[in-house]
Design a protein around this ligand. Structure first.
Ligand SMILES: Nc1ncnc2c1ncn2[C@@H]1O[C@H](COP(=O)(O)OP(=O)(O)OP(=O)(O)O)[C@@H](O)[C@H]1O
Length: 293
């Protein structure tokens, strides 16, 4: 691979199915050589956006550029884009090893040794057909193909949901290892945000076809904190802050605050015996999308 990955730019993209706007003026960027989490509730437009990157269709309005070019019917671009969907893009009724041969011919940066090592790790037999495998093994096959293709733009569209938890964690580790050794642009869409958030450097949150926020993952994490302690000590610390959530157990209260924060908050909290904690991306995502409703 001669690049650290393709970048992609969506500008005011609209895709309509009948009376549904799957994408409704979505604009965001996938920077080259980063892992971006594509988040959104059911029906937010994630799969539609990812299918545009893979040139499965053209937008009805706006532009999608991959490495500066319209990917649609552009073989030079699509040769470098790998979309892994849960349904899998494999030769369903032929042995897995034939799919490997197909990828080896079609993908310029294909690494057959990595594919075989990971298929062995996930215990996917080479002589069985994908159609005869369990859902989890089929998902694992798709994920392995996605990693071993080493495409400059690699997209995992909830491709690992069929896998059990140990297999999913093995996939996240394998993806990070391979990405570290061979940087490229990766997009991961998922509902399991708690599990995958450690992968993300950037986050795009889609909501009803539009971009709610696009940001560095650490900036998004820093947008909220939790305060836990006796209700009487926590309450004064919330003054002047937006409270995203609040819950109490006995005399202990936990509030989630949205920034910007009083720079003195950590000192005041320590003095009051209140614990300041991180808020997971999953919780921030839930708050963001609830607010947007
Ligand atoms: N082929 C299609 N025909 C009709 N409507 C569609 C089609 N594809 C998507 N849609 C609609 O477009 C909207 C966005 O769908 P999309 O699959 O992109 O969302 P998503 O964020 O991937 O959802 P999920 O997390 O549930 O998979 C939804 O309202 C969906 O019903």
């Amino acid at each position: 691979m001669t690049t650290t990955g393709f970048d992609a730019v969506f500008s005011d993209v609209r895709v309509t199915f009948g009376r549904t706007d799957a994408l409704d003026g979505a604009s965001f960027t996938l920077p080259s050589g980063t892992i971006t989490g594509m988040l959104g509730r059911n029906g937010a437009g994630k799969s539609t956006a990812l299918a545009l990157l893979a040139a499965f269709r053209r937008p009805d309005a706006g532009t999608v550029l991959v490495q500066g070019h319209d990917p649609f019917e552009n073989a030079a671009v699509t040769a470098g884009v790998q979309l892994v969907r849960e349904s899998g893009d494999v030769l369903g009724d032929s042995p897995v090893k034939e799919t490997l041969g197909y990828y080896s011919d079609a993908r310029p940066d294909w690494d057959g040794e990595t594919a075989r090592r990971l298929l062995d790790l996930f215990e996917v037999p080479l002589d069985r057909s994908p159609d005869s495998l369990s859902r989890g093994k089929r998902s694992a096959l798709g994920c392995v193909l996605g990693i071993a293709a080493r495409a400059p733009l690699t997209i995992f569209d909830e491709s690992y949901l069929g896998m059990d938890a140990p297999s999913r964690y093995a996939f996240y580790d394998a993806l990070l290892d391979d990405y570290t050794a061979h940087p490229r642009t990766i997009v991961v869409s998922s509902h399991l945000i708690d599990e995958v958030e450690r992968l993300f450097e950037n986050v795009v949150v889609l909501h009803r076809g539009a971009v709610l926020t696009q940001t560095d993952a650490d900036d998004l994490r820093a947008r909220a904190v939790s305060l836990t302690g006796p209700a009487s000590a926590v309450r004064p610390l919330t003054d002047g802050h937006a409270v995203l959530a609040q819950r109490s157990l006995g005399t202990t209260t936990q509030v989630t605050l949205n920034g910007p924060f009083d720079p003195d908050l950590p000192r005041k909290a320590a003095q009051a015996g209140v614990e300041v904690g991180r808020v997971s991306l999953q919780d921030i995502f839930v708050h963001l999308t609830q607010e947007a409703r």
